[in-house]
Design a protein around this ligand. Sequence first.
Ligand code: FDA
Length: 283
Amino acid sequence: MKLPFAFAKRFVAGEDFSQAVTKVRDINKSDIKVTMDLLGENVRDRETADNTVKNYINLLHGINDQEIKSSISIKLTMLGLDIDPKYCRDNLFSLLEVARENDQFVRIDMEGSDYTQQTIDLFNEAHQEFGKHVGIVIQAYLHRSKKDIDDLAEIGADVRLVKGAYKEPERLAIQNMPAIREAFEDYTKVLLEKTQFPRIATHDDELIEWTKKYTADNGIGKARFEFQMLYGLRQQTCEELAKQGYNVRIYVPYGTMWLPYYTRRLKERKENIWFVLSTLFKS
Ligand code: FDA
């Protein structure tokens, strides 16, 4: 069954670039930057992966042409990671060539744990070649992340820290929220100490307030890091943070393949389900 887009529009900025750009412009007006995500996951044939590379490249050009303040976020499984890592690497490098030519930035989202090592390996290769034009995401819930954070901090990588959105088994991931928050705080400290501009991606008031206090107490300026949140969640909090002088970036997904992303958002919080259901009954 194909769900109508009306269900998704709370979390998804449109089904095509032109619809999403309107939303991005509105966000930029509040002094908030964006990272645009053309939705989709797990491409299994080369034709679709080749088209995805073209679409991502068009997105970079579109951002330039429209003069909006946006980077892009991508998924390696959309560039053919399931087909062949070497092919995926070539696709990633083609995209990053365009990003470098246009002085843009590409963040590699982190997917489920089956892909963590390959994602980090490809990021490391890309980082050596493209430096500041590429970044990665680390999930605080994974047990392995302590070492990954240390290694990435050592090379000064641009890291977005998140809790982690996929269902992972106990042997791989912390299962309870207080321990995930503790790990998140530990990794934030490492990133603030060793990297130039960490991205703290959470809607969690406890972590946002902790970050504000920790940075203020340790003389770390607001210009040294960025808060990131997802489109459709906590818009007011984002605007308040921006008014307080913090860097804020909103992750803006768009495209027709919105179902997996939308389902993850609903699973995260039952309030999200209520919000979606209530918007369905409003005109
Ligand atoms: P969480 O859902 O754990 O909620 C904790 C608390 O935050 C709540 O109790 C409440 O106090 C507050 N809160 C949360 N949502 C609220 C709302 N709508 N209104 C009011 N209060 C609210 N994951 C991944 O695996 N790979 C990735 O690449 C990314 N990328 C990414 C980018 C960005 C910009 C963000 C913000 C997140 C991701 N994620 C991700 C998702 C991430 O891993 C995680 O699943 C979600 O951010 C949910 O965790 P939170 O810490 O945001 O709050």
